[in-house]
Design a protein around this ligand. Structure first.
Ligand SMILES: [Zn+2]
Length: 118
């Protein structure tokens, strides 16, 4: 039987009763449990949560140098629970660390032609 996660909550932040984050947290944890590395995105946005390199505090996970969103992506469910306790983040999968390749099919079908192999 799985034991409850030991969640680390920032005591300086208020406890939220916003339950919309539970659905997003469920997506994040289920994705992580399938071995996909998750990046929290800013609420209602496509940009990664956290800080940009120019604002790096060089502490915590960045103590040994700034970590990109892909480097901070995780399958650690406890970290995801702690993150979503702070805000209703959107969910992104870090394709590289997850071993996935993506084909982006945006654009016109008429202009999209496969490149010839060299
Ligand atoms: Zn940093």
């Amino acid at each position: 039987m799985t034991q409850p996660a030991n969640v680390r909550r920032d005591p300086a932040l208020p406890i939220s009763t916003d339950l919309t984050r539970l659905g997003l947290l469920a997506w994040a944890t289920q994705t992580a449990q399938r071995g996909r590395h998750v990046i929290p995105l800013r609420p209602n946005d496509k940009r990664p949560a956290g800080h940009a390199e120019q604002y790096c505090p060089a502490t915590g996970r960045c103590a040994d140098g700034h970590k990109t969103p892909e480097q901070r992506a995780t399958t650690d469910v406890e970290l995801l629970i702690a993150a979503w306790a702070q805000a209703p983040y959107n969910v992104r999968i870090a394709t590289g660390p997850s071993g996935l390749r993506v084909i982006d099919l945006d654009g016109s079908i008429r202009t999209a032609r496969p490149r010839e192999a060299a």
